[in-house]
Design a protein around this ligand. Structure first.
Ligand code: G3P
Length: 224
């Protein structure tokens, strides 16, 4: 089995940008060395470069990239430039940064070698359509459960299971991540049991009083 993935989306939560993003990345970098887990930080483009240079061992993703090449383009997040600054992956089509299927396809075609992609999907049908574009991963996140107190693994385990089956039927190379409301190790354990390769979460860590304790719980559960 490949290492389970725990991806923390820093969003622009008050505890997860600027100096605070560095503090959280520092905790994640430390914890990633203690567990056999692929711990990933999806950070704001503004924080990416300082985090990748200060914590070279931590896997860092961009929260979004645009479907543009090199040239006369202003104000966009260009894939090769993100890679140059140390991004080793990207989220795409997050519920808070939705793009069209065409944009997803075009952006994926520009992702440099050495960078993974995780495209978010709100439901099974979207996940199925996205799987045909061959992203590295798809994160299934029912939008109504994002930022809430109830984990998708409790509220709607069926959507996870059905997404895994649907994605595999289209493209068996694509891994599925579970997202929305993930808070603790039990949720991670359940996500793995449902056939996904890990979790994508935000507030459970970024809004926690003690993010280190939460991260430890998230990581250790996988081995219980
Ligand atoms: O990108 C992860 C996110 O959308 C889920 O957020 O706060 O429910 O873990 P949260």
């Amino acid at each position: 089995m490949t290492k389970p993935i725990i991806c923390v989306n820093f969003k622009i939560h008050s505890n997860a940008f600027g100096e605070k993003a560095s503090e959280l990345a520092s905790i994640m970098s430390k914890i990633s060395k203690e567990f056999d887990i692929r711990l990933v930080a999806a950070v704001s483009a503004f924080d990416l470069s300082s985090i990748t240079s200060n914590f070279p061992d931590l896997e860092v993703w961009s929260q979004h990239l645009d479907p543009i090449g090199i040239g006369s383009f202003t104000g966009s997040l260009q894939p090769e430039n993100a890679f140059y600054h140390g991004a080793r992956g990207t989220l795409l089509n997050h519920a808070e940064k939705k793009i069209s299927l065409d944009q997803i396809k075009n952006t994926l075609s520009l992702i440099p070698e050495g960078m993974v992609s995780c495209v978010c999907a709100a439901d099974v049908n979207q996940a199925k359509a996205i799987a045909a574009f061959n992203p590295t991963m798809i994160a299934v996140e029912p939008p109504e459960l994002i930022g809430g107190d109830i984990s998708v693994t409790t509220a709607d385990p069926e959507i996870i299971k059905n997404t895994v089956d649907a994605v595999k039927s289209v493209n068996p190379n694509v891994g599925v991540l579970t997202g929305a409301g993930i808070k603790n190790g039990v949720d991670v354990e359940m996500a793995i049991k449902l056939g996904t390769v890990g979790v994508l979460l935000a507030s459970g860590v970024t809004k926690a009083e003690n993010p280190e304790e939460v991260l430890r719980d998230l990581c250790s559960s996988v081995f219980n």
